[in-house]
Design a protein around this ligand. Structure first.
Ligand SMILES: *[C@@H]1O[C@H](CO)[C@@H](O)[C@H](O)[C@H]1NC(C)=O
Ligand SMILES: *[C@@H]1O[C@H](CO)[C@@H](O)[C@H](O)[C@H]1NC(C)=O
Ligand SMILES: *[C@@H]1O[C@H](CO)[C@@H](O)[C@H](O)[C@H]1NC(C)=O
Ligand SMILES: *[C@@H]1O[C@H](CO)[C@@H](O)[C@H](O)[C@H]1NC(C)=O
Length: 336
């Protein structure tokens, strides 16, 4: 667990008592569209209708990612302008650090597919073992892949903003990033020293609001000039009330802070499929929007209990889902 006594450079959160923090955070949440708000897209093969919910009329979500380099099938006909796809370089594409598949794929999207990509995400939890859903990368390999893929991307498409590798919140995450940047400084790109380019820092969080504020403070301390994206978050494995209270507080917090550029709640699945707790889900077991699901989409409370509806009919697609869920559990185990 990150120290809660770390002096915070972000200002307000560090100097306020927990009670004050909670009081401030419980002011009315605006349902206005926020350009910051996005979707962590978890596709569902058994319920394709769920996939369409997120792009329905009135949704406040403006962008999405799917842990992949290419747009999700259900959104393939949705234009980049109406719902921004953000490609992710999830982890090692193979064993060859010379591999340029990420660069090639994004360049193809821009040059040939009519998708003017403007943001990309780096490795997903490279500091976590595969069993937890991490991409489990050595900082040195990560730097090599970066130089071969992200640097030419920056060179050829200078408007593309690059997210640093998105580490876990487990102690040591900052060290992993420092090692990565250190390895970058050792490498050359096109015969010259250049370091690894990045424009924003993605973060993941699955515990309470106080911990989140401290975590954000630590991130600001180490990367004072780098905007943040919170690309996975929820208060995992809690009763409904604290889950919703956290949701309200964090959304108000992210909307208010200028240095939080974007956020995406985790999220977009039915309660029985959630491995971050049954109450964190956007959907109940019949596919109806829960309060959190509806609020996130810009709507009013639905009063739908996440755990209501028929259970046991589903099988999520893809192994990555299981892995992600394991990570949520693992975070709880280590006491975050
Ligand atoms: C893509 O968007 C950027 C930034 O908005 C712009 O500068 C560039 O010309 C666009 N490129 C294409 C191919 O549309
Ligand atoms: C790369 O980063 C190191 C510190 O990490 C710095 O000393 C060096 O000047 C940087 N090089 C370039 C070309 O920016
Ligand atoms: C969360 O905010 C909504 C208003 O958007 C409010 O109706 C609800 O009571 C709040 N829930 C908690 C637990 O704070
Ligand atoms: C929940 O979803 C089911 C299946 O789509 C639908 O029949 C039902 O009317 C919905 N219930 C509510 C309360 O929205």
């Amino acid at each position: 667990m990150l120290s809660t006594t770390t002096p915070l450079s972000l200002g307000w959160a560090g100097n306020l008592s927990l009670a004050t923090l909670f009081a401030l955070a419980s002011t009315v949440i605006s349902a206005d569209s926020s350009d910051k708000r996005g979707l962590v897209f978890i596709p569902h093969d058994d319920y394709p209708e769920d996939n369409q919910l997120w792009i329905g009329p009135g949704s406040t979500m403006t962008w999405y990612y799917n842990y992949a380099m290419k747009p999700a099938d259900p959104f393939s006909s949705v234009s980049q302008e109406s719902f921004e796809f953000v490609p992710m370089f999830w982890g090692p594409p193979g064993d060859d650090v010379e591999d340029t598949v990420f660069y090639d794929t994004v360049a193809d999207l821009i040059n040939n597919e009519g998708r003017n990509i403007t943001h990309v995400l780096g490795f997903n939890e490279p500091d976590a073992p595969s069993d937890w859903g991490g991409s489990n990368m050595e900082a040195k390999d990560a730097a090599e892949y970066w130089v071969k893929n992200m640097e030419p991307l920056k060179e050829d498409f200078p408007w593309v903003k690059i997210g640093l590798p998105g580490c876990t919140a487990v102690e040591g995450w900052v060290d992993w990033l420092a090692d990565f940047l250190g390895e970058c400084a050792e490498l050359e790109y096109e015969g010259r020293d250049r370091n690894c380019s990045f424009d924003f820092l993605p973060l993941h969080w699955y515990d309470n609001f106080e911990g989140l504020a401290n975590y954000v403070g630590t991130a600001r301390e180490f990367f004072p000039d780098t905007p943040l994206w919170i690309t996975e978050y929820a208060y995992a494995h809690q009763d409904l009330k604290p889950t919703q209270y956290f949701y309200n507080q964090s959304q108000e917090y992210f909307d208010r802070l200028d240095f939080v550029e974007r956020y995406s709640y985790f999220g977009s699945f039915r309660s029985e499929d959630s491995n971050v707790g049954k109450n964190a889900a956007f959907l109940n077991n019949d596919g109806n929007l829960t309060d959190i699901g509806s609020w996130y989409m810009g709507g009013a409370a639905t009063g739908i209990d996440p755990q209501s509806g028929a259970v046991g009919r589903t099988s999520m697609d893809g192994g990555r889902w299981t892995l992600l869920g394991c990570l949520g559990v693992a975070l709880m185990v280590v006491g975050l």
